[in-house]
Design a protein around this ligand. Structure first.
Ligand code: GRG
Length: 306
C-alpha cells in the first residue's frame, strides 16, 4: 500500500520506492498497529477507525523514511540498510526532493484521516525531528548540562515519532484521555530506550550487521550515551568531546576509552529503566494479546542486534 501511495503520483518512481523494499525493520508501524489494537480493546471498533489507524502506521513509517533520506544528506552517508544511500546514487538535490515528496504524501494521507487532533499531533513530530537534528548540531560546553541535552535530543529525534503515533491511534480508538496518556508514555519510553540501544550498537555491532559504518556517531563528532558515561570515569574524554573528536586519532582514542569503561553497560541499564517504565505504563490498559506483545517488544528493543 505504501509503495502504491508513493508510486502512483511520482515521476521519480524508482527513487521514491527505493527504501520501501521491506529491508527496514518497520518497528514503528508494528508498535502503532499493536497499540491501536490494545486501545481498541477498551471500545468498539468501526471500519473507518481501523482504516485511520492503519493510515497512521503508514504515515509513521513515511515520516521516518523521509527523515532518514534527509539525515543521510546532512551526514553525507554512503550506506543505509546495507544499501547505497539515495544521496550517493542520485545526488543531494534529488535526495532532498525525494525526502520532501515522501513527507508531502504522508501529509496528504494525514489530512485524509480527517481528525484535526491527529493532524496536530503528527505535525508536532515533524517539528521535533527538525529540532532534534538542530540540537545534535550544537553541543553543550557545560558538562553538567550534557546528559539532559542528550536525552532531550533523543526524545525529539526518535521517541517523539513513536510516542505521538501511539497517541494518535489511541485518540481514534478511545475517548478516554487516560488511555491517550498511557499510549503516549509507552511510546516515549520505548522510543528513548530504542535510541539508547541504537547508540550502544554504534559501539558494539559490526558495520555488516548495522547496514551502515560502525562508530559512525564518533566520526560525526557526536557524544552519545556510552561516551557521556565513559567521561564520568575518564575525565580525559572531556577535551575530545569538546572538540567533537576532530583531531587525528581522537575517534580511536574515544573508542578505546568507551570500551575500557562501563559506558556501554550503563547505557544499556538506562535503556532497561525506560523499558520498565514503558511496561508499567502499558500494564494499565486492559489485558489483551496486543498488550502482551507490546510488553514483549520492549525485550526485543533491548536485545536487538541491528
Ligand atoms: C524530513 C521529517 C524530516 C525531518 C528532517 C533529518 C531530520 C530532520 C531528522 C533526522 C531524524 C533521524 C534520522 C533520527 C534517527 C532515528 C533512528 C533511530 C533511525 C534508525 O531507525 P531504525 O533502526 O531504522 O528503525 P530502519 O532502517 O530499521 O527503519
Amino acid at each position: 500500500v505504501l509503495q502504491e501511495l508513493l508510486v502512483s503520483k511520482a515521476e521519480f518512481t524508482d527513487i521514491c520506492s527505493y527504501y520501501f523494499d521491506g529491508k527496514g525493520k518497520a518497528i514503528r508501524p508494528m508498535i502503532v498497529v499493536l497499540m491501536a489494537r490494545a486501545c481498541n480493546a477498551h471500545h468498539n471498533d468501526s471500519r473507518e477507525m481501523l482504516l485511520g489507524q492503519r493510515s497512521i502506521a503508514m504515515i509513521a513509517e513515511m515520516i521516518h523514511t523521509a527523515s532518514l533520506v534527509h539525515d543521510d544528506v546532512l551526514d553525507d552517508s554512503d550506506t543505509r540498510r546495507g544499501k547505497t544511500t539515495v544521496n550517493r546514487i542520485w545526488g543531494e538535490r534529488m535526495a532532498i526532493l525525494v525526502g520532501d515528496f515522501i513527507l508531502s504524501v504522508s501529509s496528504m494521507a494525514l489530512a485524509r484521516i480527517g481528525n484535526s487532533a491527529v493532524v496536530s499531533i503528527l505535525s508536532q513530530v515533524i517539528e521535533d525531528l527538525v529540532r532534534g537534528e538542530f540540537m545534535q548540531l550544537g553541543s553543550k560546553d557545560d558538562e553538567s548540562e550534557r546528559f539532559a541535552h542528550y536525552l532531550e535530543k533523543t526524545f525529539k529525534k526518535t521517541a517523539s515519532l513513536i510516542a505521538n503515533s501511539c497517541k494518535a491511534v489511541s485518540i481514534l480508538g478511545s475517548s478516554d484521555p487516560e488511555v491517550h496518556e498511557i499510549a503516549y508514555q509507552y511510546g516515549k519510553n520505548v522510543g528513548i530506550a530504542f535510541q539508547l540501544i541504537d547508540d550502544v550498537l554504534d559501539f558494539t555491532s559490526c558495520a555488516n550487521q548495522l547496514g551502515k559504518p560502525a562508530a559512525a556517531d564518533l566520526k560525526l563528532g557526536l557524544a552519545t550515551g556510552p561516551v557521556l558515561f565513559a567521561c564520568q570515569q575518564f575525565p580525559e574524554l572531556n577535551a575530545l568531546i569538546m572538540r567533537r573528536f576532530s583531531l587525528a586519532g581522537d575517534v580511536e582514542r574515544a573508542w578505546q576509552y568507551v570500551l575500557q569503561s562501563d559506558g556501554v553497560q550503563q547505557t544499556t541499564y538506562l535503556a532497561q529503566q525506560y523499558c520498565n517504565e514503558a511496561i508499567r505504563q502499558i500494564s494499565k490498559l486492559q489485558p489483551s494479546p496486543e498488550r502482551n506483545a507490546l510488553i514483549q517488544l520492549t525485550e526485543i528493543v533491548l536485545t536487538r542486534e541491528k
